[in-house]
Design a protein around this ligand. Structure first.
Ligand code: SF4
Length: 267
């Protein structure tokens, strides 16, 4: 069995949701415009580091979805996303704070780690490069709201960065957050992950795999602040036996997908 960060985090958040998605094949419809746009934007970033025209690449990639039946968030549209994307790419080039040498080798790098019982863990690292001259592992995010970075050191608790630090053995990590809002903004957030955090994440992975192999997927339900995970869960319709909600949010696709990691691109 091959595990990814998305699988482990979903199991930790709610084992029932894990079962729905990875055993029963009930996954969210792949029509979220923001997620597809995130993929296109990442391809454009790759073009930037290869010294190609990133805006042209973004138009080409995102252009393939111009007439796709996406459900856009209120105020969003195909045009609005592409303009925000171009603006962010221009700002990223002006800032000139991130460098990725040999982009063919250092972008979208697949790492894997062997787990007990013939299992493995796979992660795709967005980039190995340097932020403000300091070498680090970099994760891109496209989002519509700023990441909270206060109090200081908050980023060291980001589970995805801890996961990537665990699988790579690299302490210095960074999030580059492309914020799609009225005035597009880029956050450059740095963190240093400790050896103890990596060790603990390894233990978390082992315990999640044990839980999955035990076949017990008890729900971790929550509807009240701050544990209101059910209200944003795509499997809510299944737990409520609400057929219209199931039909709106989910499709049935057997087994885990090789492309699960793509969910990690956007917030
Ligand atoms: S709706 Fe709540 S209990 Fe049901 S799968 Fe989602 S998070 Fe778990």
């Amino acid at each position: 069995m091959t595990y990814s960060y998305t699988q482990i985090s979903q199991c930790v958040r709610c084992p029932r949701s894990y079962r729905y998605r990875y055993l029963d094949g009930r996954r969210e419809k792949d029509t979220r415009a923001a997620m597809i746009f995130g993929r296109c934007f990442e391809t454009a970033l790759g073009a930037y580091f290869r010294r190609e025209d990133p805006s042209a690449v973004l138009f080409k990639e995102w252009g393939a979805f111009r007439d796709a039946p996406f459900e856009y968030r209120k105020g969003d549209s195909w045009d609005r996303l592409v303009h925000q994307g171009v603006h962010l790419l221009q700002k990223f080039a002006q800032d000139d704070r991130v460098h990725v040498p040999r982009p063919q080798e250092n972008l979208q790098v697949k790492l894997h780690r062997t787990l007990p019982g013939d299992n493995e863990f796979v992660a795709y690292i967005d980039a190995f490069g340097a932020l403000d001259g300091k070498e680090c592992l970099i994760d891109w995010k496209t989002t519509t709201s700023r990441y909270t970075d206060e109090p200081g050191g908050l980023l060291t608790l980001d589970p995805q960065l801890i996961c990537y630090s665990w699988i790579s053995g690299i302490s210095d990590v960074a999030l580059v957050v492309f914020v799609r809002k009225q005035m597009p903004e880029i956050q450059y957030l740095k963190a240093s992950i400790t050896e103890e955090q990596r060790k603990e994440f390894g233990e978390l992975v082992h315990s999640a795999v044990e839980q999955i192999e035990s076949g017990r997927f008890l729900p971790h339900s929550g509807i009240r602040f701050p544990q209101n995970g059910c209200t944003s869960c795509s499997h809510l319709g299944l737990c409520l036996n609400n057929q219209p909600l199931i039909g709106t949010n989910l499709i049935r696709r057997p087994g885990a997908s090789d492309l699960d990691w793509l969910d990690e691109l956007v917030d």
